[in-house]
Design a protein around this ligand. Structure first.
Ligand code: MLT
Ligand code: MN
Length: 315
């Protein structure tokens, strides 16, 4: 199975269009080691021909432009795409707005949970993807789905599972104690080839969890022995948005656990045996974006990699 990180940043990207904080300035000024990052998405393929995209970021147009394998085949039909399916892990703007760029009557299959499908159905702008052309299929909150494109199976299987999270910011209801959050607002995905592969010590599964509010014992058990984890790397310090003066919200208020601290992901996932562990969905305030920072060093010492746009792996 081939995996490509299309976008490694959280909502806003890196640099964020209106951000003048030191990290965004550094990447805008092309300081060495600072990489431009587009918003949260990955792509996967079992045969290198048909691809599934996981989360449709507002940057999908430039992400496709940077990935020849996602472009219309040279010599192919006049309208063509190797993208046969799109799978959503929640209804956040950075994960659904790219659907609007996938219009033009191109068939693919759109997979999401019932809550997310309802959000799309309630926002008529998403009818630019005519459901007669882009079939919408419901993913279970917990269960196995063999992904299909319009022409049949993609050879990819996803196991979906709920993770603690929060309803999308634009769906928040301030009068509600938990902002309207319900179980299943955010899912994680275990992605593997449908055809069983030899284990090679670790399983050949990618665990894709770009948003997660806490690591539960269930999640740890599920990840143990995994071939690769791509995990929520939104913030390093829970309070870094306030600390850097760009906002007031904590990571936890946004449904994202911090990397550092006693309740952070480094600590929570330390005892879980994984072949590779990679942070994705990295916010533009996160100090790991500076490769010379103490934060970047701490992450590397704990065995984590920092995802970047165009990162490829084979599982
Ligand atoms: C999030 O991951 O919390 C959202 O993408 C924030 C946003 O709406 O940009
Ligand atoms: Mn996000």
């Amino acid at each position: 199975m081939k995996i490509r990180v299309l976008g490694s940043a959280a909502g806003g990207g890196f640099p964020q269009w209106n951000c003048n904080a030191p990290l965004s300035r550094a990447v805008r000024e092309k300081r060495p080691g600072f990489l431009v990052r587009t918003q949260s998405s990955i792509a996967a393929s079992s045969d290198g021909q048909g691809w599934a995209v996981f989360n449709a970021s507002p940057d999908i147009r430039e992400q496709i432009a940077a990935a020849p394998e996602l472009q219309p085949a040279s010599g192919g039909p006049l309208r063509h795409t190797p993208i046969k399916a799109v799978v959503l892990t929640n209804a956040d703007v950075d994960h659904i707005a790219g659907l609007l760029s996938l219009r033009e009557r191109e068939p693919f299959v759109l997979y999401a949970t019932s809550r997310v499908l309802k959000t799309l159905a309630a926002n008529s702008i998403f009818n630019v993807l005519n459901p007669e052309v882009v079939e919408r299929r419901e993913l279970p909150l917990e269960g196995v789905t063999h992904l299909e494109g319009p022409d049949g199976p993609l050879g990819l299987t996803v196991e979906t599972f709920t993770v603690p999270g929060k309803v999308a910011l634009f769906l928040e209801n301030d009068s509600d104690e938990n902002f309207g959050t319900a179980p299943g607002d955010t899912i994680g995905i275990a992605l593997s080839e449908t055809q069983p592969q030899p284990r090679n010590g670790y399983d050949r599964t990618l665990y894709y969890v770009p948003g997660c509010a806490t690591v539960t014992e269930d999640l740890k058990k599920r990840l143990d022995g995994g071939g690769c984890l791509m995990f929520d790397g939104t913030v390093f310090h829970d309070s870094e948005m306030a600390d850097t003066g760009v906002g007031e919200k904590t990571g936890s208020r946004m449904g994202h656990m911090a990397i550092s601290g006693p309740d952070g992901s480094l600590s929570a996932l330390r005892g879980v045996d994984l072949k590779r562990r990679i942070f994705v969905h990295i916010n533009n305030t996160n100090p790991i974006l500076d490769p010379t920072s103490d934060a970047a060093r701490a992450v590397a010492e704990a065995g984590w990699e920092i995802g970047y746009d165009g990162m490829e792996l084979t599982l």
